[in-house]
Write a protein that binds this ligand. Structure first.
Ligand code: SAM
Length: 260
């Protein structure tokens, strides 16, 4: 695929390179009503307070701190891990109270003592992480169950994990349709909005192309898992599922679990 992506053939990029490219436009997703609703639900499930210390695994461009600020949640301490330098640069630039967010380059495919070693090596429990968010990242990890077990390893019993991940065969058109329905319900012009997003000069063309490429890789290297499989994996990785709901225009499952 080369259309609307400059001269880049997305199929040739490594997954990390694909996310590096995605980082430049990723924040545009925040313009979509279903994305905003998704984050409202995530933040509600997290139930954060200022004394919380949240590990944001696969933190991307800092959408969590954006959502917390937008929703007026008193700022917990956020420790974001991601293996994309470009995503982390955007995260660090996200407005958030000084000293309340820290972003570290970490490969979550590796065991926890190799994640940002200075912080994690052999002393993870002393980090006193009280909650974990893993939003739209599990599918990208090489061995999702191993990654969930790694996360369980760095926290104390009863710590909550809020996980949102795409179900099999994700359909971004469903997200777009729901967005346009909400535009219409709020008195906007859905045709004009469609044109703004995906018309000839559409601001979402790169995002759409990258999402299409990510979904294409779902048939081979990525993991879009159904809810029963996720429950089994969480259980085997040391997490007890407390709640589960379908979100993001029916494309994601949002699960809250507790470390046993
Ligand atoms: C779709 S984005 C989600 C970002 C953010 N959690 C959100 O919901 O907005 C997926 C993120 O996972 C990160 N990622 C993929 N593989 C990773 C790995 N092995 N270790 C750490 N982060 C990874 C990517 O760099 C990207 O920022």
């Amino acid at each position: 695929m080369t259309s609307n992506t400059g001269n880049t053939d997305l199929t040739t990029l490594s997954l990390t390179a694909l996310f590096e490219l995605y980082a430049e436009e990723y924040a545009r997703l925040r313009e979509l009503f279903p994305y905003q609703d998704h984050w409202r639900q995530i933040v509600a499930e997290l139930g954060l307070e200022t004394h919380d210390r949240i590990l944001d695994a696969c933190c991307g461009d800092g959408a969590l701190t954006w959502a917390l600020t937008k929703l007026g949640v008193p700022p917990p301490l956020v420790l974001g891990l991601d293996n994309s330098t470009a995503m982390l640069e955007h995260a660090a630039a996200e407005p958030y109270p000084s000293g309340r967010a820290m972003y570290l380059l970490s490969d979550l495919n590796a065991p926890p003592d190799e994640w940002a070693p200075a912080e994690f090596s052999a002393k993870a429990p002393s980090l006193n992480i009280t909650k974990i968010a893993l939003i739209n990242g599990l599918y990208a990890l090489r061995d999702p169950q191993q990654a969930l077990a790694g996360l369980a390893q760095v926290v104390r019993p009863n710590t909550s994990l809020v996980l949102s991940t795409a179900l099999p065969n994700p359909d971004m058109q469903a997200v777009l349709r729901e967005h346009l329905e909400q535009v219409a319900a709020k008195g906007g012009d859905p045709a004009a909005e469609y044109n703004r997003l995906l018309g000839p000069e559409g601001v979402f063309k790169l995002i759409a192309a990258i999402n299409q490429e990510i979904i294409r890789r779902g048939a081979t290297s990525l993991h879009f898992l159904d809810e029963p499989t996720l429950r089994q994996m969480l259980d085997a990785a040391g997490w007890q599922v407390m709640r589960s709901q379908i979100v993001y225009a029916g494309q994601n499952v949002l699960i809250t679990a507790k470390k046993r």
